[in-house]
Design a protein around this ligand. Structure first.
Ligand code: ADP
Length: 396
């Protein structure tokens, strides 16, 4: 069984090909719409690389070149021979908060939800529409970022705005990164030998974007991202939570338009806004050189994360584990340490030696005194998408 996983962005397509449960090829189409675009494909077993550089006008041309490179690599005869294609899908709106086989209704709902996810949905849809055109007999599955959060109760997903804004505009917490929260929580339960239906865990997905979820008996009960992926934790370039009155205030005092404030909060804030660097590796090297703004940025990040962990610890009847994942969560031991130090008295006690060991494997980093398990679990969103795609196609 061959499943292709596509993560289509506005100017890129990340892809991975699975044969049964094993990833056999990985690649990237980049700079779509620019003069010097590029497609690259790597055979995972042999490390052999295939690439092509030429202008790629749109997603359709991009996937045609992916098809050519697949042929050249001998890994896939044609996109039409796939058993299925799984698409990372960010927003299906209030109506579609579950993974599903792509139908016209799914496409229409994603189209409508573009107002909530203007950067992601048009790109996700371009990938879906291109696959339908190029490989009409291959089933497509939309794997929604929001689906894992569909179990969050209404008192947790509602904002305290007039109720009609929920009814008419669908303004509510949706949550994002669901594929990752789902994958790492299941892996952690497996690793600890706890049945998933009895597992209570806090999962912190800390990448360029960052979100945290509280999972009770294997079901998500709260998550930090909201209507959009801006709410919650401090991130590389996003501000996360702030006093909502700051928005009209900035508009007034700086004379900014709503779009300009949106850009400010999404692209110029977070680590970048505080210290001038968005990649935590750069922030850390500045911090080590004595840059006080870099020190401040790291402490703000850890403190805000600790507050979320503390609040999710409070709403879970018993927390079995805390999981760190994604680029920052898997690699930045100092973030894990500084975060847990803020809440050590609650039992989040890290073992420094275990925490500082570098590894790409799932591992425990809590000390013997820790009242719960503290784990690092490498995420694998593509695998989760491939697996979900396979399951939905088989169910059909
Ligand atoms: P995305 O959210 O785009 O999928 P990732 O999960 O790959 O991103 O996370 C990327 C981020 O992880 C980088 O911007 C960087 O801040 C952080 N990161 C990756 N490796 C390290 C490291 N060794 N030390 C500190 N931070 C790291």
């Amino acid at each position: 069984m061959k499943i292709l996983v596509l993560n289509s962005g506005s100017s890129s397509i990340k892809f991975k090909l699975y044969k049964d449960d094993k990833a056999i090829a990985v690649g990237l189409v980049e700079r779509i719409g620019e003069a010097s675009s590029k497609v690259e494909l790597k055979n995972i077993d042999t490390d052999e690389k295939f690439s092509k550089e030429q202008s790629i006008k749109n997603h359709e041309e991009g996937l045609s070149l992916v098809n050519e490179l697949f042929k050249q690599s001998g890994l896939l005869e044609d996109l039409n021979t796939l058993d299925g294609c799984g698409h990372r899908a960010v927003q299906g709106g209030a109506k579609i908060m579950k993974h599903c086989l792509v139908t016209q209704e799914v496409i229409d709902e994603m189209d409508k939800a573009t107002v909530i996810a203007p950067l992601h949905n048009p790109a996700n849809l371009a990938g879906i529409r291109t696959m339908i055109k190029k490989a009409p007999n291959v089933p497509n599955v939309a794997v929604f970022d929001t689906a894992f959060h569909a179990t969050v109760p209404d008192y947790a997903y509602m904002y305290a705005l007039p109720y009609e804004y929920y009814e008419k505009e669908n303004i509510r917490r949706y949550g994002y990164h669901g594929t990752s929260h789902s994958y790492v929580s299941r892996k952690a339960a497996e690793f600890l030998g706890i049945g998933y239906d009895n597992f209570n865990v806090i999962t912190a997905h800390l990448g360029n974007g960052a979100s945290i979820s509280a999972i009770k008996n294997g079901k998500c009960i709260d998550t930090s991202m909201g209507l959009t992926p801006l709410e919650g934790l401090m991130m590389g370039t996003r501000c996360g939570d702030l006093d909502p009155a700051i928005v009209p205030y900035i508009q007034k005092v700086r004379g900014l338009s709503p779009n300009e404030v949106d850009t400010l909060m999404n692209k110029k804030s977070g680590f970048l806004g505080i210290c001038g660097y968005n990649d935590l590796r750069d922030v850390d090297s500045q911090r080590k050189k004595g840059d006080d703004k870099a020190r401040l940025a790291v402490q703000m990040y850890a403190y805000r994360l600790a507050k979320y962990i503390g609040s999710y610890f409070a709403i879970l009847p018993k927390t079995d584990a805390l999981v760190f994942t994604a680029g920052v969560g898997e690699n930045a031991s100092f973030i894990r340490k500084e975060t847990c130090d803020f809440i050590k008295h609650l039992g989040f006690d890290i073992d420094d030696n275990l925490n500082n060991e570098r590894s790409s494997k799932i591992r425990e980093i809590g000390s013997k005194n820790a009242k719960l398990k503290i784990l690092v679990v490498p995420t694998d969103e593509e695998f989760e998408i491939a697996n979900t795609t396979k399951n939905l196609i088989y169910k059909k």
